[in-house]
Every structure is written in C-alpha cells, then in structure tokens.
Design a protein around this ligand. Structure first.
Ligand code: CA
Length: 224
C-alpha cells in the first residue's frame, strides 16, 4: 500500500511517514502542492494525506484538480486547529475525512486505514475469469480454491487486477507494489511474478498472468 503525504512541515511529514511505515504502508512525501498534484495524477496511491496550506498550490486546489482529473483516491485533509471554514471547504472539495493539527499519529494511521477500507468496499471484488480478489478481506481464490498469498503477492495480484486487460510495465509494478526502495535493476518483480504464477496459474489450463513481450505483464482471461 502506498500513501502520498503532502505536507510542507517536514518534521510532521516524517512523523506521519514513520507511523504509516510501522503499520505497513510505504509513503512518498511531497512538500509543494503543484508537484504533489503532478505526482497524484501520474501515479496510483491508496490514500493521500493532504495539508491545506502549502507552497506552490494550496491543498484545496490540489484536491479540486485531482478530482477534476478523475483521481478518486481517498484523501485525509490535515487542518490547523480551528480552521472550521477550511475544513468545510475541504469536505466540499472532495476530501473524504479531515483531522485537526496537531494530530495524533495513531489517529492518522487509523483514519488512513478506514479510508482505504471504505474505498476498497466501494471498489468491490475483482473478477478475472475464475479468479476473484477481495481487497476488503485481502483474500483471493481461483475456481473456489483459496489462494494462500503473502501480502506482497496479494498487492501484486491486486495491482494487476486493477488494470486487468491492460499490460503494466515492470517499472509501474515496481513503483506501485514495492515503492522506491529498490534499484531499477532488481529482479524482485520477476521473482514475485514467478511465485504468484505458481500459486495462481500452475494447476489451471489458462494462465491468467501473462508476459507481454518488451512491455511487462498483464492479468487477463484470454490467451496472450
Ligand atoms: Ca502547511
């Protein structure tokens, strides 16, 4: 799971990053509003923690532009204490939740969890052929047989399922599933694809995880 933290108080941003890390989330910190908007449009995040007063572009504008660009990632807005008007403006601009500063880190993590759960239940269950994937319970099965996946394998399968039928490049998979900690030349994607294939495809006639030559991988229920 990847979270975009948009906060110009770097100390606070790092605190949030650390708290989320402990809960198993990878984060990317952006300080400037306009840069955050660019990244939020270009890449997929599971949730966004958004401060309102930012250099470059304020949080409300970032949020409006994201929603205008059809990016519906759940957003937790951080407001300074007493900024009631700001808070209301935030909710009208498409924020999913807000938290007043100074905020408790456990609360930030709990809210982010809740937002992701809510978004997952809205998204519902993914079905590709006889494969079903439930982001809410983080369970997957094929032809009714439960697949025993590690959390990283589940993330990889979910990432492929969200783009079912559309190939993802190795770099897209690396960024969405593993974050930025890995060198581009790592073989971690290939290793996880191999393990996932063993669990998802081995006992079945039609391989769902397919290699697209010179592109990457695609999850689909038609022969490659
Ligand atoms: Ca600020």
């Amino acid at each position: 799971m990847r979270i975009l933290i948009v906060e110009d108080e770097l100390f606070l941003a790092r605190l949030i990053e650390t708290a989320l890390k402990r809960a198993g989330f990878d984060s990317v910190i952006m300080v400037e509003g306009d840069k955050a908007l660019e990244l939020g449009r270009a890449e997929v995040f599971d949730a966004i923690v958004l401060d309102l007063s930012l250099p470059g572009m304020d949080g409300i504008e970032v949020l409006r532009h994201l929603r205008d660009s059809k990016v519906f990632t759940p957003v937790l807005v951080l407001t300074a204490r007493g900024e009631v008007a700001e808070r209301i403006k935030g909710l009208y601009s498409g924020a999913d939740d807000y938290l007043a500063k100074p905020c408790d880190m456990d609360e930030v993590v709990a809210r982010v969890h809740a937002l992701i759960r809510r978004a997952a239940s809205r998204a519902g269950v993914f079905t590709v052929g006889e494969l079903t994937l439930d982001p809410l319970t983080r369970s997957a099965s094929r032809s009714g047989q439960r697949l025993d996946l590690t959390s990283r394998e589940f993330m990889l399968l979910e990432t492929l399922a969200r783009s079912a039928g559309t190939p993802l490049t190795r770099t897209q998979i690396l960024e969405r599933v593993f974050g930025y900690r890995f060198q581009p030349q790592t073989n971690i994607v290939e290793v996880h694809i191999k393990n996932l294939r063993r669990k998802v495809d081995m006992r079945f006639e039609t391989p769902l995880i397919q290699t697209v030559m010179k592109v990457g991988y695609v999850l689909q229920n038609v022969p490659a």
